[in-house]
Design a protein. Structure first.
Lengths: 114, 115
């Protein structure tokens, strides 16, 4: 089975801190995504990447950046954390083959910014 | 822009009864529709998808979804609910034909199956 691993399940940070959320997948998927999940709002796409060193903005990229130096790893960076970035962050990956809509998700990182 | 709406925040059903979780969509062109489920403290899991063909799509864990073009709906159904089906369910649509990998998710519906 595909495994998408997010480095932290819970994270508490202070406003203004630089925060790194790490995601690793083990199935050689080309495409990786970062979503945030908020009650009543569902999942909103922050950034995605369809290849190493490639990135594209999603619907809510402000305040975030990403890095994809290796195919298996996709990092989300909060340049200066703010309280409105308190949320559940979900990483996902998908192949470019026949099941290209079948996203595989990590278990999520619950980030609290105080 | 493509979008999906899940009009119910929560659905309550008794174990053994049929369940329906509603989803309506708005797309330009042919819709590519999906259902995902999120169990407590877990990431989302793919349940099923509609691309083309039969309007009734079968998926994992005994779930199925009915595509209705005239009503622009894609409701999730199961003939007999289990307590273990209690979870958060998300409907999703592919963003545009040119962005194959981007999915737009609904706000989610919490399903509670009581014993």
């Amino acid at each position: 089975d595909v495994k998408v691993t997010q480095s932290s399940r819970y994270l508490v940070k202070r406003t203004g801190e630089k925060v790194f959320l790490e995601c690793v997948q083990d199935m050689d998927h080309e495409n990786m995504f970062w979503y945030r999940q908020d009650p009543g709002l569902g999942l909103r796409l922050i950034y995605f990447s369809y290849d190493v060193k490639m990135k594209e903005k999603g619907d809510i990229p402000e305040g975030y950046s990403v890095s994809r130096e290796k195919k298996e790893r996709f990092s989300l960076i909060l340049e200066s954390a703010s309280t409105n970035q308190t949320s559940m962050y979900l990483c996902a990956s998908v192949t470019g083959g026949a099941d290209y809509e079948k996203l595989f998700f990590g278990s999520g990182t619950q980030l609290s910014v105080l | 822009a493509q979008s999906v709406a899940q009009p119910e925040d929560q659905v309550n059903v008794a174990e053994g009864n049929p369940l329906t979780v509603k989803c309506t969509y708005s797309v330009s062109g042919n819709p590519y529709l999906f259902w995902y489920v999120q169990y407590p403290n877990r990431g989302l899991q793919f349940l099923l998808k509609y691309i083309t063909g039969d309007n009734l799509v079968k998926g994992s864990y005994g779930f199925e979804a009915e595509f209705n073009k005239s009503q622009t709906s894609f409701h999730l159904k199961k003939p007999s609910a289990l307590v273990s089906d209690s979870a958060l369910y998300f409907c999703a649509v592919r963003d545009t034909p040119d962005s194959s990998y981007k999915l737009i998710f609904g706000s989610g519906t919490r399903l509670l199956v009581r014993p």
